[in-house]
Ligand binder design. Structure first.
Ligand code: UDP
Ligand code: MG
Length: 140
């Protein structure tokens, strides 16, 4: 499998509870490498732009409010099959369905406040990485 890069976000529910390090440790333990990272505060408009794909969904407004409710840590993760591997470490969207040991099983508070975001395909990974990072900020 090829070396890939994927966009990860540690969401406000997790930064609030000081879980950043515990979540990053799960990524690193799975063989993913943090090759870019910053802690930022999104506006609701920026969150809306990032999640534009979901704008017709009933949870969109609440999701944008939540993503702007506190700091987030955005990261580029790199590794063999990084996109699928990160999704595996994250666990299912709804923590009630997330496999034991995954980030969401251990830390998520609800289907909305579920601690992490991860890109779902090569095209979205490239697009989401460029939403937050310039090439100069990514050091592999
Ligand atoms: N979400 C929500 N309610 C839902 C489904 C999703 O609040 O019924 C939120 C949740 O924070 C999720 C995000 O919207 O992580 C994006 O949804 P998606 O289906 O892309 O899930 P993900 O890719 O994050 O697992
Ligand atoms: Mg998604």
């Amino acid at each position: 499998m090829a070396i890939e890069r994927t966009l990860s976000i540690i969401k406000p529910d997790a930064t609030k509870r000081n879980l950043t390090g515990k979540i990053i440790a799960k990524f690193e333990d799975a063989g993913l490498r943090v090759v870019a990272q910053k802690r930022i505060q999104l506006t609701k408009a920026q969150a809306g732009q990032f999640y534009e794909v979901h704008k017709e969904r009933p949870f969109y407004d609440e999701l944008c409010e939540f993503m702007a409710s506190g700091p987030v840590v955005v990261q580029v993760l790199e590794g063999e099959g990084a996109i699928a591997k990160n999704r595996e470490v994250m666990g299912a969207t709804n923590p009630a369905d997330a496999a034991p040991g995954t980030v969401r099983a251990e830390f998520a508070q609800s289907v909305g406040e579920n601690s992490v975001h991860g890109s779902d395909a090569p095209e979205t990974a490239a697009q989401e990485i460029s939403f937050f990072f310039s090439g100069l900020e990514i050091v592999g």
